[in-house]
Design a protein around this ligand. Structure first.
Ligand SMILES: [Zn+2]
Length: 277
């Protein structure tokens, strides 16, 4: 009995020490909002952790790598996400989310309501339905607050563009994060035509950090859009040596022309940007 009890007690002890460290880390983290741009190969997956500990996931990459990334970035006891955003129905954004819905309790899923005739989308949809999460259709001007002057705003899909006019990329959810400690723009795979619409709309686009649209493809990041957003940092989320040639040289040159720093998940791995306030 004694022999069996000792390791058990030791186990409890270590668990408590580990829990204390995690709690301490949480307290430390509470001075900043963190945006984790995960290196998930060719695709997007960004986790926002608010100062109060809310977890917001924007896209989930193509495979199940996202589970390992979430496990590393969240405290070990946290098995819930407050909001998951599926920017559009392409596999490099939603395939990983099906795994997330099976492993995490998700409160709300913000999505476009538009699908594709692919096995990946079918799996995404059925995992979403099984998850019990509240599905919310993205609409221009929706704002999500978490009570500390930080918020996320839906800039697109644009109201005046009917579904039949859009391909999946044109229908991408475009989000802007605003905090007193800095701002960031997440355009999904929105192409130059949508960037032009956003500039024309007069919406607040200026942001400290810009996720390069469509993984740095030359079909996004038009000079006018980049000049309007005027970030100090651009993040490219792309797979190492990907077959699409992302990020495109033209995009890199556009950022260079405006003196914008570039971080890349394909070369730099996971990237965490903290906004302190
Ligand atoms: Zn994509």
């Amino acid at each position: 009995m004694g022999i069996r009890l000792a390791p058990l007690l030791l186990g409890v002890f270590w668990l408590l020490v580990f829990a204390n460290i995690e709690v301490w880390k949480e307290v430390q983290a509470s001075q900043s909002l963190h945006a984790h741009f995960f290196a998930v190969g060719q695709g997007d997956a960004i986790l926002i952790r608010t100062r109060q500990g809310h977890a917001i996931l924007i896209d989930g990459g193509r495979g199940d790598t996202i589970l390992k990334k979430l496990g590393g970035a969240l405290p070990f006891w946290k098995r819930s996400l407050d909001l998951v955003v599926a920017t559009h129905a392409d596999a490099d954004h939603i395939a990983g989310l099906a795994f997330v819905f099976e492993r995490y309790a998700v409160a709300r899923i913000l999505w476009t309501g538009e699908g594709k005739e692919t096995g990946t989308f079918e799996r995404f949809l059925s995992a979403m339905e099984r998850s019990g999460a509240q599905g919310v259709l993205a609409r221009e001007r929706q704002v999500m607050y978490w009570g500390d002057r930080g918020f996320l705003e839906v800039l697109a899909p644009l109201d005046h563009m009917a579904a039949y006019e859009k391909d999946a990329n044109e229908g991408s959810i475009v989000l802007r994060l605003e905090t007193p400690g800095g701002s960031a723009l997440f355009p999904g795979d929105a192409p130059k035509s949508i960037e032009q619409e956003l500039v024309n709309s007069g919406k607040q686009l200026a942001s400290d950090v810009l996720l390069a649209g469509h993984h740095g493809s030359k079909t996004s990041s038009s000079p006018l859009f980049v000049e309007t957003v005027r970030p100090s940092l651009a993040v490219v989320s792309a797979g190492f040596d990907n077959p699409y040639g992302h990020p495109h040289q033209e995009t890199i040159e556009t950022f260079g022309r405006y003196g914008i720093g570039i971080l890349r998940t394909d070369l730099d791995g996971d990237i965490t940007i903290s906004f302190s306030y």
